[in-house]
Design a protein around this ligand. Structure first.
Ligand SMILES: NC(=O)c1ccc[n+]([C@@H]2O[C@H](COP(=O)([O-])OP(=O)(O)OC[C@H]3O[C@@H](n4cnc5c(N)ncnc54)[C@H](OP(=O)(O)O)[C@@H]3O)[C@@H](O)[C@H]2O)c1
Length: 241
């Protein structure tokens, strides 16, 4: 509590839930996403509830935008304690569709977006002598199903990157990777393949959990004493196999 926390993909879903949860307990949050109106709505709700929030319209596929988000944390709140790399894209579909543009988008947002966040925040964390990277992967990193090969591959990359980062930064800087199971957010609505979207909607109705569960997992990782690093958290609804 009382930390300065930047969150990418904060305009909806887990990012917005995390921003609201952390601000409500007294953290200062710095929100980033592309959708200016949705982002402003999240920020306004936090401020109206008595929380402290700043926002920047950013696209995580642009390195300079992550630098801007990190700089905003310094300008508004004097430091950056935690970067939550949550923004993600899931335009899934069968490999046979050869939707190469969608593959590139998943690589650009889900992998390069996280790397650009590291590039922006690591010099700040090094200068402060403390910091915490939290990355949002997925249980899809562990269990690949047909239609999700490229998405799974990007999330497996986030797990590998986070573990490598944790080892390289051991000492003052913490690294946590969170692997959410099926979560009730806007994600499924963005899946273009109709058959896959219908499958996901059915699965979601059976076992999607609330995004607040991920917000609380993030809070748990942040709340550990300075010498303790929660490396990985896997969170699923009890109904998800
Ligand atoms: N929902 C699930 O079942 C599930 C399960 C496991 C993991 N995840 C992961 O959880 C994370 C959050 O997803 P969600 O479920 O909360 O879905 P969501 O509601 O669709 O949120 C995705 C967020 O990412 C932002 N975003 C997308 N592309 C971006 C870009 N290029 N630059 C900046 N922001 C961008 C979106 O905002 P704008 O469109 O405004 O930019 C939005 O705020 C993702 O990394 C996802 O892979 C989701």
């Amino acid at each position: 509590m009382g930390k300065v926390i930047a969150i990418t993909g904060a305009s909806s879903g887990m990012g917005a839930a995390t921003a609201r949860y952390l601000a409500a307990r007294g953290d200062q949050v710095v929100l980033g996403a592309r959708g200016a109106d949705r982002l402003a709505a999240v920020t306004e709700r936090i401020v109206a509830a008595g929380g402290e929030a700043a926002q920047a319209v950013i696209d995580v596929t642009r390195r300079a935008d992550l630098a801007r988000l990190v700089a905003l944390a310094g300008e508004r709140f004097g430091r950056l304690d935690v970067l939550v790399s949550n923004a993600g894209a899931m335009p899934i579909g069968p490999i046979d569709d050869l939707a190469v543009d969608d593959w590139e988008r998943m690589v650009d947002v889900n992998i390069k977006g996280v790397l650009y966040g590291i590039a922006a925040a690591l010099p700040v964390f090094r200068a402060q002598g403390t910091g915490h990277f939290i990355t949002i992967a997925s249980t899809a990193a562990r269990k690949t199903v047909p239609g999700q090969s490229v998405y799974s591959c990007t999330k497996a990359a986030v797990v590998a990157l986070s573990d490598g980062l944790r080892q390289e930064l051991a000492g003052a800087i913490r690294v946590t990777v969170i692997l959410p199971g099926f979560t009730d957010t806007d994600f499924v609505a963005h899946v273009k393949d109709e058959a896959l979207r219908a499958q996901l909607e059915q699965a979601g109705a059976k076992f999607a959990m609330s995004p607040e569960a991920i917000a609380q997992a993030i809070g748990y990782a942040i709340d550990q004493p300075a010498g303790v690093n929660v490396g990985e958290i896997v969170v699923r609804s009890t109904a998800q196999p």
